[in-house]
Ligand binder design. Structure first.
Ligand code: SAM
Length: 320
């Protein structure tokens, strides 16, 4: 539905979705179907509590010349290469690890995310931090299977060539391979310097934005490359409000996930970073405001959708 609105938008007219954006209901907790019962927030008992030294995530701000890299503060100009190193390291095991860490739930979130976006109608989509192509593939499959649309296209961008290579290998097995429907580019979400202003109908970024050094710059760039009426859609980890569930989720995240990284990918540190980076990401309310600050229209009453007790959230904005 969001993407359909983007397709209908005209540069001179206010976005047709705008009135609906501004007149929706209070933030709600939504579970994709089927209900997400086997949840990572309370899987098997966790061996030990989270490190007592762990700072609370989203509250501790780094100094202006430093930024977060997990729970460490690092110089701004170092973070990009550290993040690139993490994803180079995890690229070949990324898909397997995603399934193991989330008990497969990331697939349900992504299915729900794309189905809610409902892309179709010869849209030009940009999937930033596209990684191994989970979202690009779902967008093209959704447009084709629901609408017979073979004109919607996705340009995938990622800062990490190894992750993009995994995406290319995957697309090579599909009907989209070597068609105008899919393109790949190495690029930084902060700048996207290869793209002109007002180019895309839809901008997606799934589990990518928390890794970006300068998130406000990435949001401003999303605004720049979208056409007027274009839709920004973000799927990202968020925060569990219920204190009991939050405790269980912490136990799982800090104890089980790095251990799985060690066992399945021989890489504990990268998965420790991934867990820490989730805790550092702003709460959904604050992130919604950051999207507004970048110039997007965001629904007042339903600025985001929580998934599975707030473990993840979907944020949408429209460039008017
Ligand atoms: C957790 S993966 C998500 C991949 C995919 N979108 C998904 O949902 O499965 C995060 C991706 O963000 C990419 N990334 C990190 N920082 C980036 C940046 N500044 N610009 C573009 N991509 C970035 C990483 O290389 C990695 O492929």
């Amino acid at each position: 539905m969001w993407a359909r609105a983007a397709a209908r938008a005209r540069p001179t007219a206010p976005h047709p979705l705008h009135p609906r954006l501004l007149a929706t209901t209070a933030p709600r907790q939504t579970h994709p179907t089927p209900p997400l019962d086997p949840n990572p927030a309370h899987p098997q008992p966790a061996p030990a509590p989270a490190p007592p030294s762990a700072p609370h995530p989203a509250t501790a701000a780094p100094s202006p010349s430093t930024t977060h890299f997990g729970f460490r503060d690092v110089p701004n100009d170092l973070k990009e290469s550290l993040v690139r190193g993490v994803f180079s390291s995890v690229a070949s095991s990324y898909d397997v690890m995603n399934d193991a860490m989330s008990l497969g739930i990331h697939r349900l979130w992504k299915d729900h995310y794309v189905s809610k976006l409902d892309p179709h109608g010869a849209l030009r989509c940009l999937d930033v931090a596209g990684g191994t192509g989970d979202i690009a593939l779902r967008i093209l499959d959704h447009a084709r299977t629901r609408y017979g649309d073979r004109d919607t296209s996705v340009h995938m961008v990622d800062i990490n060539p190894e992750m993009l290579e995994e995406g290319k290998k995957r697309f090579a097995q599909t009907m989209y391979h070597a068609t105008p429907q899919i393109a790949f580019d190495v690029g930084n979400a902060e700048t996207l310097s290869q793209f002109a202003d007002n180019t895309f109908d839809v901008y997606t970024i799934s589990f990518g934005i928390r890794n970006v050094t300068d998130i406000p710059a990435a949001l401003r760039t999303a605004h720049r490359v979208l056409k007027p009426g274009g839709v920004l859609s973000i799927l990202e980890f968020s925060h569990v409000d219920n204190p009991v569930l939050a405790k269980a989720y912490d136990l799982f995240s800090f104890n089980v996930i790095p251990e799985l990284g060690h066992l399945l990918a021989a890489d504990r540190d990268s998965y420790q970073y991934l867990v820490e980076s989730i805790r550092r990401f702003p709460p959904a309310e604050k992130f919604a405001q950051m999207i507004r600050d970048a110039g997007f229209e965001v629904a007042e009453e339903e600025p985001f959708e929580r998934l599975t007790w707030g473990i993840a959230a979907i944020h949408n904005g429209v460039k008017l």
